[in-house]
Design a protein around this ligand. Sequence first.
Ligand code: T4K
Length: 362
Amino acid sequence: MTNPIYVTKPFLPPKEAILSYIDEIFKSGRLTNHGPFVRQLEEKLRDYLGVKNLILVANGTLALQLAYRALNLNGHAITTPFSFVATTSSLVWERIKPIYADIDPKRLTIDPTNVKKAITPRTRGIVPVHVFGNPCDIENIEEIATSNNLRVIYDAAHAFGVRYKGRSVLNYGDISTISFHATKLFHTIEGGAIITSNTEIAQKIRRMIDFGITDIDKVEGLGINAKMNEFEAVMGLSVLESVNDILENRRKLWSEYYDLLAGHVQFPELAPYTDWNYSYVPVLFKDESQLLKVRERLNQNNFYPRRYFYPSLNTLSYVNNKRSCPVSRNVSGRILCLPTYFGLEDEVVKKIAKVIKEGIAK
Ligand code: T4K
């Protein structure tokens, strides 16, 4: 039997590239705490992405928690039920109550009409997700936020390299956060970043990620340890050198799947004015039983797609406010993300598509 094919596989840069950075780390002895490689990566990412302030942190979950803290978010926040668990758990962890607004059935992002309906006097912010890198309905969300004096924190964990109306989607909202986990197309093993065009907030976050320490004998305000280390940063610097090839490869793989599977499964609709990153290959089946049948068949052939994202977050055991979100519940039950990563062979994509079609026909 062939090797198992998982939903993703981290990109590993050429060993020599990373080893030359590691040599420098060994020479300097600087392992963490604002080392030169973290700074270098921040600068390069700011340029590459076209954003004003970018602060590297230890992971995408802490990035969200720090964003809420930096904006003094409390009370209730309206969020999407269709995302990875961290979007909700970060809110609950910070004692902010998630209030769910159901998603658009085609784009799978939060529906602004439902956001509007969910607003109460206790609402302080909106936490939408550019799920699979597909931009939310940004203009309508901004309009609702402005007229109701709400903060917007975009969970842009999947949105590396995505452009909306010609500029990085990370430029929207009060803050956007991103994940650089090993499973992401650009990664630093573990890691993430906080992006904001507000320099004052950026400075506050810089203090917060290092215990509130601002100078050798000075602590200014409450902080935590959320720093990225030098080894993670050099992984990022090495991956960044190949990121255009990685993006191009994702586009090619997505197109191959689309050509083979359109008409057999449903592909989510992309927001207009978007240059997408093709970071995931989500496909929707007719219903959950068809999905389970197809998945079983794929697993028998050593292919392991993932149910991103299941279950619908409004059904989590620790969530108090179990508003009904029929669209998210329905989508969560019948969506599967197909394997996609640098180095995945065309022949394997063809085989996966064939097994899916056979599973549907059965
Ligand atoms: N917001 C959103 C919308 C997110 O999607 C995420 C994370 C976050 C916030 C939080 O960001 P972080 O705090 O994680 O930075 C993965 C990732 O752990 C998670 O980062 C990601 N989203 C989520 C969508 O997916 P799992 O549970 O699917 O990971 P795992 O270990 O099952 O990996 C999937 C497959 O990848 C494995 O079957 C094999 C392969 N793999 C994985 C790793 C880690 C490898 O081949 N090598 C590896 O080192 O969560």
